[in-house]
Design a protein around this ligand. Structure first.
Ligand SMILES: Nc1ncnc2c1ncn2[C@@H]1O[C@H](COP(=O)(O)OP(=O)(O)OP(=O)(O)O)[C@@H](O)[C@H]1O
Ligand SMILES: CC(=O)N[C@H]1[C@@H]2OC[C@@H](O2)[C@@H](O)[C@@H]1O[C@H](C)C(=O)O
Length: 397
């Protein structure tokens, strides 16, 4: 019998280590920057113990954002640009990992693996593309081989494809980490992430995996960010200053809420492909509100986003004394959090920090955890979600 080659030998020795140092990378739909979470793991599955050793978000320069925006969530774009960005982002993310490690005075040789989400550029579940002969689809770019070669660190990437292949929509993958890190027997909990798109995981008190729900809800910050960019030349509505300066236009709000996605049963996924400025302009036309002022528009979009979240929670779970743990940049949007508190006065709304999960780092931690599972876990069956180990392996050489 031939011996295993060096890559496979090394991979097996990493998989068998009791304690692993893994870096999770998340570049979300908000395109604000690369989240880098260095985690220490012991065990796997329900025995997983993790600690966050270091975390940084390295903001993207405007020039880079503009490049990605040329292809992001666009039905038609330059295929050449997609091809170039796939390589560029892999290599660029590798450089950012090296920068973070240098800042933390950590030798790359001490890291066992990188788990990289990549950059979503198009998300097309069947419910969106509506083409009977095509399956659910999603595309993340930033090739893992570039990360592995640039950093010398074994890399796991492209997690969403296995989820699709096993029957899912490719998202939300938060489910697996939320269940392993966020559940508490005897307590109904919602882990709510308000990123570009808002999603949640419902963890019932009885701990029954069949009752767990993890789904996208609708827009998170994406519409507020887009309107802030277009009408105020600001990347987002910092501390909700614009929303607080405007008022809600009820006609527009009701028209925005009038979309079949909100009535579809969970789990379901969406993205800026549907919830973009075109969606808003169309609703403005339908409600004859094209001439409302810009602050009222941002305020109405913030109210819309908050209402889709509260409507979903109130319709699906008993929200009386429920505990909600929020994460993502939208948890800092005080206008939206105020709306959530008003609509669900008996619920407790805290941040995932109370669970020992830094709310800004949460998604990057979840990908590090998926990497840990890919190495030493077993597929986890939760409700009707695909039981699959996700991620593709890339070796430095
Ligand atoms: N102080 C603040 N006030 C209001 N909004 C904020 C604040 N800080 C961050 N945000 C919002 O959070 C966004 C970034 O959120 P986050 O990093 O969670 O998104 P993401 O990871 O790209 O999203 P996704 O989970 O959809 O992939 C910003 O674009 C902004 O809308
Ligand atoms: C296709 C894609 O990138 N989806 C993201 C996006 O951002 C939030 C929401 O939409 C979620 O479904 C998902 O990310 C998180 C990390 C997830 O998979 O759980």
């Amino acid at each position: 019998m031939l011996a295993l080659n060096t890559n496979l030998q090394k991979l097996i020795s990493i998989a068998q280590k009791h304690e692993k140092m893994g870096i999770g990378l998340m570049s979300g739909t908000s395109l604000d920057g690369l989240d880098i979470a260095l985690c220490r793991f012991t065990g796997n599955g329900l025995q997983t113990k993790f600690s966050l050793v270091n975390f940084i978000t390295i903001p993207y320069a405007d020039a880079f954002k503009k490049e990605v925006q040329q292809v992001f969530a666009r039905k038609e774009t330059s295929l050449e640009k997609v091809c170039l960005l796939n390589e560029y982002i892999g290599s660029f993310h590798g450089e950012l990992v090296l920068q973070a490690l240098a800042k933390w005075h950590i030798n790359p040789g001490k890291i066992d693996f990188i788990a990289s989400h990549g950059q979503t550029i198009y998300h097309a579940p069947k419910r969106l593309h509506n083409q009977a002969d095509y399956p659910n689809a999603t595309l993340q770019i930033g090739d893992g081989d570039h990360l592995a070669v640039k950093t010398g660190i074994f890399t796991i990437s492209d997690f969403r494809q296995k989820h699709l292949a096993a029957g899912g929509e490719g998202a939300p993958l938060a489910l697996y980490g939320d269940v392993l890190l966020g559940g508490k027997p005897g307590e109904d909990r919602i882990l709510l992430n308000i990123g570009g798109i808002a999603n949640l995981t419902w963890l019932p008190a009885d701990g029954d995996y069949a009752g767990i729900v993890c789904t996208d809800i609708g827009p998170g910050n994406t519409l507020i960010d887009a309107a802030s960019r277009k009408y105020f030349d600001k990347p987002y509505d910092e501390d909700s200053k614009i929303a607080f300066s405007g008022s809600v236009n009820e006609a527009l709000l009701n028209t925005l809420l009038d979309h079949p996605f909100f009535a579809e049963s969970a789990p379901k996924t969406t993205g800026p492909e549907l919830f973009g400025l075109n969606y808003v302009e169309d609703a403005q036309k339908r409600s004859a509100t094209l001439s409302i002022n810009n602050a009222d528009l941002v305020c109405t979009l913030s109210a819309f986003t908050a209402k889709t979240i509260t409507d979903f929670i109130l319709q699906h779970f008993k929200a009386d004394d429920i505990k909600i743990f929020a994460s993502g940049g939208g948890a800092k949007n005080s206008y939206m959090i105020d709306q959530l508190k008003k609509a669900m006065p008996k619920a407790t709304i805290a941040e995932t920090g109370e669970l020992g999960i830094d709310p800004d780092a949460k998604e990057a931690i979840l990908f590090a955890l998926l990497g840990n599972e890919a190495l030493s876990g077993e597929p986890l069956a939760i409700g009707g979600n695909p039981a699959a180990l996700m991620g593709k392996f890339s070796f430095p050489l």
